[in-house]
Design a protein around this ligand. Structure first.
Ligand code: SF4
Length: 460
């Protein structure tokens, strides 16, 4: 089955083209959907009209792509728990504005339903709100503020994250379920191209979906938020530092250590997680000692040249990120990668080899397959301009093949989308650093190679 092209008219009406077929974009490649990569559009997904962009479909009779001059391109923003495997194909006007910070999935229509190029990677329902009335969330949020009028962190989560940003994690905190967000940091030591809380004045991205936190909470305020959440989510509480409305939490490592210690010292239970750029390896041991359970490290790529083009690190290097992962595993932390998947750049042979090496040599336990929220054409051009790596490493193998091959090389790896509940202390099956041998390269009878340890980077 190849669905028909989906497009929109100038009134915003979305419809399927009677003849042209859906095309998929993977970096520089245009093609039909790969076998098995189409899903019926999941509930709670949304369709976007892409202004200043003309839809392109494949003429099945000529085999040639055709531009629909008066038809706007349409993309799907897929529900959480799904990873996009292709972007839509379109042409754009010369001075088209960069698209806002969302993920744009290729979408088609067949057999009376929409299909999206994506794969479900997590069954967790924590960001499903279909049967929960907004009034219930608002009532519970107001009650929390009434009960804790002096806690500025609660005020921020309720007044900004729930009311203005509609953040799923904040709504869950208001409801007293799953994973509580704990923003703490007003600053960051990176300048990500797609940062959702702050962009430079000269950035071509003019709006961010959230604003940066403007104060630093105290350890007592943080601990109070954790206790409130643990009292209401009694079975599987998760607490996560590092949210969309803040900078990087490791810039507040001392505060985090103090707050975690306070919570654990009074028998606080649950999984304490830190979503981070992992730029400061030397603060990891103290966090682990205080009672941190896991870290989730954000990466757009395991290849340094792509990483640095996207993160634009201010006072750290890609090597520091790798060292942080290794140190975390050595201190028995569960390490996830928050891999910002981008079809056509991530699902390539070069990325697979780099990612397997990063995961295998440094003890990563899980990959969360997230979608990179960014204008696909702009990002691809920015990443690959003057790229001497491109000619030999750029062909897309597709998300499904990429997932399978990585798992063959790193069979302990857990795949998902959300931070898992791990108890207070995680059980780890990821190999310790320096013990992994890539099964694709190991010959029978060769025992694991032990690599030389390097120290923690001294630059912090
Ligand atoms: S690491 Fe996070 S907070 Fe810092 S610039 Fe990147 S996206 Fe923004």
């Amino acid at each position: 089955m190849v669905p028909n092209l989906v497009l929109a008219d100038s009134q915003g009406q979305i419809f399927d083209h009677p003849d042209l077929l859906m095309l998929c974009r993977r970096g520089q490649e245009w093609g039909l959907p790969k076998p098995h990569e189409l899903l019926p559009l999941p509930k709670e997904s949304e369709l976007f009209l892409l202004p200043e962009r003309q839809a392109v479909g494949l003429n099945p009779h000529t085999g040639v792509p055709e531009i629909v001059e008066d038809g706007f391109a349409v993309a799907a923003f897929v529900a959480p728990g799904h990873t996009l495997s292709a972007h839509p194909v379109y042409t754009q006007e010369a001075n088209a504005q960069i698209l806002p910070l969302f993920a744009y999935g290729a979408v088609g229509f067949a057999n009376d339903r929409f299909y999206v190029a994506a794969q479900k990677v997590d069954n967790d329902q924590r960001q499903c709100f279909a049967n929960i009335a907004r009034s219930k969330i608002a009532t519970k949020a107001r009650q929390l503020q009434k009960n804790y009028p002096r806690n500025r962190l609660i005020a921020h989560i309720i007044n900004n994250c729930v009311a203005r940003y509609d953040c799923p994690a904040a709504r869950n905190f208001a409801l007293g379920r799953f994973e509580a967000p704990i923003p703490t940091s007003t600053s960051c030591n990176a300048r990500c191209l797609g940062c959702i809380s702050k962009q430079d004045a000269e950035s071509q991205i003019k709006t961010t979906p959230q604003c940066r936190l403007t104060f630093t909470p105290t350890a007592q305020e943080i601990c109070e938020v954790m206790r409130i959440h643990a009292e209401r989510e009694r079975e599987r509480p998760i607490f996560s530092f590092g949210q969309g409305c803040e900078g990087d939490p490791l810039t507040q490592a001392g505060l985090l250590t103090e707050a975690i210690s306070l919570y654990r010292q009074k028998s606080g239970h649950g999984t304490i997680n830190c979503n981070t750029n992992a730029s400061r390896p030397n603060v990891i041991p103290d966090l682990a000692q205080a009672g941190l359970t896991s870290i989730r490290v954000s990466l757009n790529s395991a290849q340094e040249h792509y990483y640095t083009r996207y993160y634009r690190c201010q006072n750290y290097t890609f090597a520091d990120v790798v060292t942080s992962i290794r140190v975390a595993r050595e201190h028995n932390l569960f390490v996830s990668l928050n891999l910002l998947f981008f079809p056509g750049l991530t699902d390539t042979e070069a990325e697979l080899q780099a990612l397997a090496k990063l995961v295998g040599e440094n003890g990563v336990s899980m990959i969360q397959w997230r979608n990179l929220n960014i204008d696909p054409v702009w990002y691809y051009q920015t990443m690959t301009q003057d790229d001497e790596h491109l000619p030999t490493s750029s062909l897309s193998m597709g998300l499904t093949t990429f997932l399978k091959r990585l798992k063959t090389m790193c069979p302990w790896l857990i795949y998902g989308y959300f931070n898992p509940y791990l108890g207070d202390v995680a059980e780890l099956t990821a190999p310790m650093p320096y013990t992994w041998v890539n099964p694709e390269k190991a010959a029978p009878g060769i025992s694991p190679q032990v690599l030389t340890k390097t120290g923690i980077s001294p630059n912090f």
